[in-house]
Design a protein around this ligand. Structure first.
Ligand SMILES: NC(=O)c1ccc[n+]([C@@H]2O[C@H](COP(=O)([O-])OP(=O)(O)OC[C@H]3O[C@@H](n4cnc5c(N)ncnc54)[C@H](OP(=O)(O)O)[C@@H]3O)[C@@H](O)[C@H]2O)c1
Length: 338
């Protein structure tokens, strides 16, 4: 069992990731650290975790921890991922890993120096529905992919929430803009060469609250919009010359009864449905991450295994978001993805 230490009592951990680690076949939560020792002890007790700490540093110094999960506010991700990897811990760090792609290079160096596994927690990439979409595309079930369309929105105007606080790395693009991008890259194995976007900022929070994006993948186009101030909606559609694929719960499959992938044929006369019920993508993520650690320590000696989301992938995904901000600042001029 991989022994996880957790930095903070963040909502995502309490609601999803920590119960999921407890259900993993290969991992357990062993320690919680919080800026408030009482909060750490309370959460540790709820999870039957034996250790708790009143500072993050104490957890990193603890020899009984193999891996650290970091669900801190976005602006803190890189700093603590670097500290954890330097302390010799494997690191699962929440998305988005960074606010600029170039900043990830330092973490890559630290990962390689300390020979640890470091991965950005893109839980969607562990959900079997995306393996199914990738398989359908690979088998040419919709012919040639021409257009991918996506939407991700929710309504949140809480000024205390990190998503509405620029100093904590808030904004719609870091929070949810990363998802239509990551799943499209994941299922097609292709990278966009340039993007065009309009980005709207909340005048009070000064964080981006809406973006409409077009990404040129050379063979096909991705268009999507995201918002932190619109009613809840999630969808992804992959449209080809001979059919299209719809994904009804692309990102938070747990908010619906279950995820459904529908394959429609060319003239709408047939629809094949693939249902995914009772799947916890956070548990699958914990399993894959723990397995990657076990593989690294016992077999390959490499710093990351192919089945997890690598830091090199994080750089590619963040480069798209960087270019989206760049295009937004120039009134929607095409911006190269570098
Ligand atoms: N993968 C997913 O499905 C998913 C879903 C939601 C969020 N996320 C990501 O997870 C991260 C956390 O999101 P969240 O909504 O769970 O955050 P949250 O509830 O606001 O928790 C963040 C935690 O960070 C700690 N912290 C340290 N310094 C802080 C500071 N200066 N201000 C506020 N908190 C500070 C606090 O824990 P202590 O007081 O205990 O130290 C706090 O509880 C974000 O980066 C977000 O993008 C991922």
């Amino acid at each position: 069992m991989i022994r996880f230490g957790i930095l903070s009592t963040a909502a995502i951990g309490v609601k999803h990731t920590l119960p999921a680690i407890q259900q993993s076949r290969y991992a357990r939560v062993t320690a919680i650290a919080s800026r408030d020792a009482k909060k750490a002890a309370k959460l540790a007790a709820t999870l039957n975790a034996p250790l708790s700490f009143g500072t993050y540093e104490e957890l990193l110094a603890c020899e009984g921890i193999d891996a650290v999960y970091i669900p801190l506010p976005t602006s803190h991700h890189l700093e603590w991922a670097i500290k954890a990897a330097t302390a010799g811990k494997h690191v699962l760090v929440e998305k988005p890993l960074a606010l600029k792609a170039k900043d990830i290079q330092k973490l890559i160096k630290v990962r390689d120096k300390h020979n640890v596994v470091v991965s950005e927690a893109f839980m969607v990439t562990y959900h079997p529905q995306w393996l199914k979409v990738r398989e359908l595309l690979d088998k040419g079930k919709i012919g040639e992919l021409k257009h991918t369309q996506g939407a991700f929105s929710y309504y949140n105007v809480d000024k205390k929430n990190m998503r509405n606080r620029p100093e904590l790395g808030g904004g719609a693009l870091p929070d949810i803009g990363v998802y239509p991008t990551v799943v499209t890259r994941f299922v097609t194995g292709k990278e966009p060469v340039r993007v065009q976007a309009s980005v709207d900022y909340d005048p009070n929070f000064e964080t981006d609250r809406y973006a409409s994006v077009k990404a040129d993948f050379t063979d096909f186009e991705l268009s999507f919009y995201i918002s932190t101030q619109m009613a809840l909606r999630q969808t992804m559609v992959f449209h080809g010359t001979k059919g299209f694929i719809e994904v009804n719960a692309p990102f938070n499959s747990n908010i619906y009864e279950g995820s459904v992938v529908q394959l429609h044929n060319a003239d709408h006369s047939e629809c094949q449905t693939f249902s995914f019920t009772h799947i916890n993508q956070y548990t699958l993520q914990a399993d894959a991450f723990a397995q990657a650690i076990m593989q690294t320590e016992t077999v390959t000696g490499k710093s990351s295994a192919p089945t997890i989301f690598t830091l090199e992938d994080s750089v590619l995904n963040q480069q798209v978001i960087d270019a989206v901000y760049g295009s937004g600042k120039t009134d929607g001029k095409w911006k190269k993805v570098l």
